[in-house]
Design a protein around this ligand. Structure first.
Ligand code: SF4
Length: 469
């Protein structure tokens, strides 16, 4: 796109309209970011009952607080000026920001970019060379993120702020940047992101206008979502896991709205539905059956039968924020659970070696999925990436096998949830307790939780073994 096309695209986006019926009149960078996780959550932000929102759970609240502390740490090392204004008075904040830009200050912290209905408050704004409405300099936008790798939603948020900045300085910044958890700076082209941002805003506009209905889409994101209580009230197709939005929409268009009808779907009725593939109908029926029964239902026999029965449950738990590997566990066949803790960073190498030396030769390493990325992480941290392939060959992801063999009434992320669902019980996760124990470096709780997880892996291994014959 040339400069005039870029300008026109920015203009079109800034013409976004929020319907009067909405409960808020400002669209922020968080909405752009959140739309990629769940469109319905942004819809509810504008049209839902605010009183029904949940507060973040303790583990998420701690993680958010760590993110804020990290941002403070980064900002403290930079020479930035923060606009002064009364809380909530964004008109004054925007005027103050403009004055600082006119003055040509080298950097601004939490600049206010306000062009109703858009409001953007980026973490960082940096002076760069080049022509703009202010003279022979302009500004570009950056955001501080606590992840180690950049993500598309983070970059799109910076592009959104950049569109607002274009309105203010008369020129779109060429690049934006993210400062990541390891302090590195990831730069990207803003012009290249504009088509994706424009498409997102168009979709959001369609959703807000009511041209297409907004429905929940049950996924892992629902666990920490503030709108979970509202969405969980849905009893029909809306709260059925395992289907994409497009599949749900197709089923709705064929008149399927009640789970009971879908769960009892006869093959001859299914055959009449020419717009729906047989695979989709079978999958939807199984998911509906699992939801109606509140219990996992078999999908197909778990594969890799010959590697099962015998096997060694293993785990490695890390604190992803600090890239620390703290808990290593294994349960050898016929033996007892062994848990090794590296509470001090200086112990990590020795504890990892101790755990590795206890792994029984020739046994499959049975784990819960996330183990492999932790294993690769610690091997990399210890300068032993070459060890990965031999351990990987012994890897047996029990969660993957369980998800392939059964359909669950709700998304399952933990082994304890799989076991509970297989028995028709309400899934009980331990993730919140584990995350808090990792944060607090609570050795006793970590040891207990790791021992329980190894026993659960053992039980799941037996259960999958039974189902495979
Ligand atoms: S609970 Fe799930 S479906 Fe509902 S708004 Fe939140 S993420 Fe979306």
């Amino acid at each position: 796109m040339d400069a005039s096309q870029l300008e026109a695209a920015c203009e079109r986006m800034r013409g976004f309209v929020i319907p009067e019926a909405a409960s808020r009149d400002r669209l922020t960078g968080s909405h752009v970011y959140g739309f990629l996780t769940c469109e319905h959550s942004v819809y509810l932000d504008f049209f839902g009952d605010k009183e029904r929102r949940r507060s973040p759970g303790p583990a998420l609240a701690r993680l958010l607080a760590r993110g804020v502390a990290f941002e403070d740490e980064i900002v403290a090392g930079l020479e930035l000026i923060e606009p002064e204004f009364e809380p909530g008075d964004f008109v004054s904040g925007a005027e103050e920001t403009r004055a600082l830009m006119l003055e040509g200050v080298p950097g601004i912290y939490q600049a206010v970019l306000f062009e109703p209905p858009f409001l953007g408050i980026p973490d960082l704004m940096r002076r760069v060379e080049g022509e703009s409405r202010f003279g022979d300099y302009g500004y570009e936008i950056g955001d501080v993120k606590s992840s180690y790798k950049p993500r598309a939603d983070q970059a799109l948020q910076v592009a959104f702020y950049s569109v607002l900045l274009e309105g203010l300085q008369g020129v779109l910044p060429q690049e934006g940047y993210l400062i990541l958890r390891d302090g590195s700076e990831e730069r990207f082209s803003i012009a290249e992101l504009l088509p994706a941002l424009e498409e997102l805003l168009e979709e959001m506009g369609d959703l807000f206008s009511g041209r297409q209905g907004s429905f929940p889409h049950r996924s892992f994101a629902c666990r920490d979502c503030k709108w979970r209580d509202v969405c969980a009230e849905g009893t029909g197709l809306d709260w059925l896991p395992g289907l994409t939005r497009a599949e749900q929409s197709l089923l709705r268009s064929e008149g399927f709205t009640e789970l009971e009808d879908l769960a009892r779907l006869e093959p001859e009725v299914a055959a009449e539905k020419e717009t729906l593939s047989e695979t989709l109908l079978v999958r939807a029926r199984l998911h509906a059956e699992a939801s109606v029964q509140g219990c996992a239902v078999p999908r197909r026999r778990p594969r890799l039968k010959d590697r099962m029965g015998q096997g060694c449950p293993v785990l490695i738990w890390s604190d992803a924020f600090d890239r620390r590997y703290l808990v290593f566990g294994l349960l050898p066949p016929g033996g007892e659970a062994q848990v090794f803790l590296a509470m001090d960073p200086g112990d990590e190498a020795a504890v990892f070696e101790q755990w590795r030396s206890c792994l029984p030769e020739g046994q499959s390493l049975c784990h819960a999925g996330a183990f492999m990325s932790s294993l690769h992480g610690i091997l990399l941290a210890q300068g032993m990436p070459g060890e990965g392939p031999s351990l990987e060959r012994r890897s047996l992801d029990l969660m993957n096998l369980a998800r392939g063999g059964f359909v669950f009434p709700a998304p399952v992320r933990e082994v304890s949830e799989v076991l509970a669902s297989l028995q028709g019980n309400e899934p009980v996760g331990r993730e919140e307790e584990r995350l808090l124990a990792l944060e607090d470096r609570d050795a006793d709780t970590l040891r207990r939780l790791a021992t329980e997880e190894l026993a659960d892996l053992q039980q799941l291994l037996l259960r999958l073994d039974e189902a495979s014959v």
